[in-house]
Design a binder for this molecule. Structure first.
Ligand SMILES: C[S@@+](CC[C@H](N)C(=O)[O-])C[C@H]1O[C@@H](n2cnc3c(N)ncnc32)[C@H](O)[C@@H]1O
Length: 317
């Protein structure tokens, strides 16, 4: 993903005032019209059936954001670095950017959602359109803990490993670096661009809750995935992972640290946010995950905290 495209996603995701001006410009087809009518505001106002003064003020915000440039004779142009993303064509990401507006609509309807009076638009729950932007952000925040996490694993006998919800593939790549003989399968519902040209990672498109691979693994990783599921779903994911794990195999589970004292701002907010956008998915307290783990009779359970943010469980079958 190019930096300019990424900037646009960041603006949309910020959900601040300027993001709403940006959404309005996209929904009005402002960028398309600016391209067609060479920056003549009166003409554009007429075409869009909008008040000209309103459009001028909206344009001032877009100018300040650097999405539009002013030319001589009171004319304006789209900033060419962004234009292809904001107008129709192969590179257009207009719909993807509006995904974040739909996300905000869910937040404004929190009370209605709680009462079951609000139907979440299915677009708001479907990440696939904005997956590359999303997974780049996940990678940026998790990159610094990948090696520390991988170092918790015992590397004596790991021929086959499975990375469930492996996303960007950085954990799989770290495994491959540690042990040249290991074969890694990465299972995810989405395929990240960062996996292209990685012949040693076998990508499997599948759902963590119900996939079947005709093979058992020495190591299975479930990093930052369980918050995508309801409690029942979390149990199913763990159950399915266990089915694919060899006897004495290791299961590594990492999650954002969260406990029922709720002192961590990120975790409390993130948990409710996930519930809003995905059907009954939430970030479980560590205690809940431990109760689930207890149901599987692992021969060994080790818990490690990485900083204040991550709790890692290394389980042996
Ligand atoms: C937060 S990212 C974690 C990526 C990586 N494991 C990490 O810890 O940095 C979650 C990943 O899980 C994937 N995912 C979400 N729901 C899934 C499901 N039902 N089955 C498989 N993968 C899923 C997403 O596509 C995404 O790549």
């Amino acid at each position: 993903m190019l930096n300019k495209e990424y900037d646009l996603y960041l603006l949309a995701k910020s959900k601040g005032f300027e993001a709403y001006v940006f959404f309005a410009a996209i929904e009005l087809d402002f960028f398309e019209n600016l391209k067609k009518y060479s920056g003549n505001l009166s003409l554009i106002a007429e075409r869009l059936n909008c008040e000209e003064q309103f459009l001028r003020l909206l344009l001032d915000v877009l100018l300040r954001l650097g999405l539009v440039r002013s030319e001589k004779n009171n004319k304006f142009k789209n900033n060419l670095e962004y234009e292809s993303y904001l107008t129709d064509g192969d590179l257009s990401i207009k719909n993807e950017l509006l995904y974040f507006k739909r996300e905000s609509e869910a937040l404004y309807n929190l009370a209605n959602l709680a009462k079951g009076n609000y139907q979440l638009s299915s677009r708001a729950a479907d990440m696939s359109k904005v997956y590359d932007f999303y997974i780049k952000g996940v990678l940026e925040s998790n990159q610094i803990i990948v090696d520390e996490t991988i170092n918790l694993i015992s590397f004596d006998l790991i021929d086959a490993a499975l990375d469930i919800g492996g996303g960007h593939g950085e954990y799989s790549k770290a495994l491959l670096k540690k042990n040249k003989k290991t074969k890694v399968s990465l299972l995810d519902i989405n395929k990240a661009k960062s996996l292209e040209g990685e012949p040693r990672i076998d990508f499997i498109q599948g759902n963590a809750e119900n996939f079947f691979i005709d093979k058992q693994f020495d190591l299975i990783m479930i990093n930052d995935l369980l918050h995508y599921f309801s409690l029942k779903g979390k149990k199913q994911v763990l159950e399915n992972a266990c089915k694919h794990l060899k006897k004495n195999g290791q299961l590594l589970v990492s999650k954002f640290t969260h406990d029922n004292r709720c002192e961590n701002q990120f975790s409390t907010n993130f948990s409710l946010y996930k519930y809003l956008l995905n059907d009954k998915a939430y970030l479980a307290y560590d205690e809940e995950i431990e109760l689930l783990i207890d149901q599987f009779n692992f021969s060994s359970v080790e818990k490690t905290y990485l900083g204040d943010e991550k709790t890692i469980y290394l389980l042996v079958k």
